[in-house]
Design a protein around this ligand. Structure first.
Ligand code: SF4
Ligand code: SF4
Length: 89
């Protein structure tokens, strides 16, 4: 059976990173707060045209390979659009 990756805090305590797995598009308002917050530049804001021809924005996972599993993006999202997942070895 595969084991969940466990890291350590500065003080040596166990820390289980939960990496960004998905963003629920039906919940995202396109505010961009998560994109600005991510220090690892994993996220981007993409534009699209809605059914009424208006330009809208939606958050995307652009660079998952840089994610450190901090979950800060999910904490700031008022819509609870983020889904996270531990990494297995
Ligand atoms: S913070 Fe939430 S609502 Fe705002 S762009 Fe990010 S995912 Fe979308
Ligand atoms: S979990 Fe942290 S590093 Fe990963 S995308 Fe969210 S804010 Fe960025």
């Amino acid at each position: 059976m595969s084991e969940v990756l466990i890291s350590k805090t500065f003080g040596g305590f166990p820390w289980t990173p939960l990496y960004v797995e998905a963003i629920d598009a039906s919940q995202c308002l396109g505010c961009g707060q998560c994109v600005e917050l991510c220090v690892q530049h994993c996220l981007s804001l993409e534009s699209f045209t809605d059914d009424e021809g208006k330009e809208r924005f939606i958050a995307q996972i652009a660079n998952k390979s840089q994610c450190i599993g901090c979950q800060a993006c999910g904490r700031i999202c008022a819509r609870h659009a983020y889904i996270f997942k531990a990494k297995t070895a």
